[in-house]
Design a binder for this molecule. Structure first.
Ligand code: AMP
Length: 298
């Protein structure tokens, strides 16, 4: 079999705009998969979905400094551009965009995209001030430059998905935002670029997160619809991992992120927790996330 051609990443907005314009003028549809690199099976599933649904697929790889707060892990964030390019080539990705921070935020940069309301005040927003301003700004820049027909995001980052859906609609981008299911490792832990930093002991404790969500799913299947009882069930399960520091457990409406009055398919059950300096998030959509590894943990 022929070696896949090594992709040469595009590095500037002008290059991305030019390539994407060529695709559009050839009458082809374009899918965009925005990532921060260190690609894993979760990213792979987004890329495969785009390849299946669009004529051409672009992957962006950019560790976006503006979505990290002071003291967060921007410097320690895993980076593996060569391996990422190889994976993209093997999968048949058409173009990779890997700009520098200077190309994205040149001197004098002064335009920030800010949403308003509960969605950008609660949970991740409260724990990571400025995070969604950075996310909304970089995603808007990517959508404006590439003008993809579809953009692919992972359910694991549920609040990010809600923010992106909102901004794509509000700014009339014309891009369909496609949210893909969370991909989990065989032990139930959701794939994350940050998992590489977990040693075996930390990883064992982190498994309380999917186990707690599995317990919540089981309780919901058995008829539990009270958000507070579901929260307490999850907190109890997480407490079995003594080194896991819980940032929040929440049951919210999936669109508005207002607290849910009843657990239903319109809700998301969210967990954020830290273990050994690594912050992990996970989510369950009750009634729809049957692939969650029930009973994972230990
Ligand atoms: P990141 O590189 O972490 O910014 O993630 C890039 C995209 O991949 C985001 O839309 C994430 O939600 C998505 N993603 C990350 N982890 C997973 C996962 N385990 N399953 C599915 N999608 C994921």
């Amino acid at each position: 079999m022929a070696e896949p051609r090594r992709l040469t990443p595009l590095g500037t907005p002008a290059e991305l705009r030019g390539e994407c314009a060529r695709i559009r003028s050839a009458g082809q549809s374009l899918g965009l998969v925005p990532t921060m690199g260190a690609l894993h099976a979760g990213h792979r599933s987004l890329i495969l979905r785009s390849l299946a649904e669009c004529d051409r697929t672009a992957v962006s790889i950019f560790v976006n400094p503006t979505q990290f707060g002071p003291g967060e892990d921007f410097d320690r964030y895993p980076r593996s551009l060569e391996a990422d390019l190889l994976l993209c080539s093997e999968l048949g990705v058409d173009l990779v965009y890997a700009p520098t921070a200077e190309a994205m935020y040149p001197d004098g940069f002064a335009t920030w995209v800010n949403l308003r309301g509960v969605l950008v005040e609660t949970l991740e927003a409260a724990h990571r001030p400025g995070h969604f301003q950075g996310v909304a700004t970089v995603v808007t820049k990517l959508l404006v430059t590439a003008r993809p027909d579809r953009a692919y995001f992972g359910q694991k980052d549920a609040q990010q998905c809600a923010v992106v859906r909102r901004l794509a609609a509000d700014l009339d981008t014309g891009t369909e935002v496609v949210v893909c299911p969370t991909v989990r490792d065989s032990d139930g832990l959701a794939f994350s670029s940050r998992n590489a930093r977990l040693d075996p002991a930390a990883r064992r404790q982190a498994l309380a997160i999917p186990a707690a969500l599995a317990a919540a799913a089981a309780a919901h299947r058995a008829g539990e619809t009270d958000p507070e009882r579901i929260r307490r069930l999850i907190l109890g399960r997480l407490a079995e991992s003594p080194d896991l520091a819980v940032d929040y457990v929440a049951v919210v409406d999936a669109e508005t992120f207002e607290p849910a009055r009843q657990v239903s398919v319109r809700c998301e059950i969210l967990i954020a927790a830290r273990i050994a300096g690594t912050r992990l998030i996970d989510v369950l959509r009750p009634g729809t996330d049957e692939r969650l590894a029930v009973g994972a943990g230990g």
